[in-house]
Design a protein around this ligand. Sequence first.
Ligand SMILES: [Zn+2]
Length: 425
Amino acid sequence: MSLPPLRRLPDGTVKQVGPLTGTRVWTIPGRANRPLATARPDARALESGEHTRLCAFCQDRYLETTPEKERLVGDSYERIGRVAASALQDSVAEFRRFGNLYEIVSAEYWRTNHDFQPAADVVAWVDDYLADPAGRAHIQALVATRSAANGASADLRATALDLIGGSHDVIVARRHVRDGATRDDELASSGELTPDEHAVYMTFTARAAREIADSQPYAAYVSVFQNWLRPAGASFEHLHKQIVAIDEYGPQTERELALLQEDPRLYQHAVADLSVREHLIVAATDGAVAFAGIGHRYPAFEVYSTCAAQHPADHSASELRAVSDLVHALHAVTGVLVPTNEEWHYQPRRAGVPMPWRVVIKARLSIAAGFEGGTKVYVNTIDPWTLRQRAVDDLQHLRDAGRISADVRIGDECTPADARLHYAD
Ligand SMILES: [Zn+2]
């Protein structure tokens, strides 16, 4: 039995089936108009100087994170690689990258299950780091923090190797709160960055994902995601992305690879053409298109690169900018106070079939409960048509105010040609 991906019943209930996932989602009439954002009840005034030391990702607290693999500095985003502990405070990082102190897939996992050993240049950096007294003290403090958390005692050099040679990195933006913020809920989300800053953030992340794939030969895939706010899984309310190598594709990519065997133009036919027919294009740029997603458990936007390039790092600067401008605009529409997950999907290195890069942004508004667990039918509070219309209205205001890129075409300014994907040309 094949269900239509999207239909409205006579009473107004909207039933959806995810074209790539098979997930079944209902939107019940009357529950759809609840507000997206809610003000934080516990917001408080910031003390003088507090805006740069609110959490362990803040710029006055660089030593609370693991050795820094790279940072971008100044107006030209000059790259500084392998920052010595004694040099951490010599510059302000617009964006920085370091290993996650609490990895999902740990260095020990790769070492034990795959006999992975870090490359010689990584081992040399570890020894250099420990030879510097500031570096040694940094690692000692991190060992103490980790031991307190997991109870394990650890050899200093072995721990340093794991912290520096792991395959789960964090990319952190400079600001915790907006420049000039006076309250701690004036957070600097993705949508609060300028379009230029956001493009640098995306490009830095794409390159890091490629580098992690290159340095972890047992990785089948490298997952890239951003959790915003605690209900979406973030430990800190400080903007960051995570990049995690894993040794399998995971069931969603496997499902898509199976579907691609039947239809190499799967994403065009099952997603883009459907979105055009159902009038779900939210916005477009020269190189990317955004849809209100069908069959998601949470209200979701899907941004597809329309370029021939597949891995995010293989996109040219203008192609990457095209994707970034839409992702940025949709974060701006969603707002600072809404918890979101941003998930990147792209072709695994050894997949062998073309797949487009897409970025899914999900607003984590509802919590799955017993109804969902018992039926595997999920209730989403906003149907795709309503989500599109709200986004289109808000995007126009944001573009008029200069808050998003002027290159973003919105709603009916887009044409079916904007939804033509070139990944499989
Ligand atoms: Zn912070």
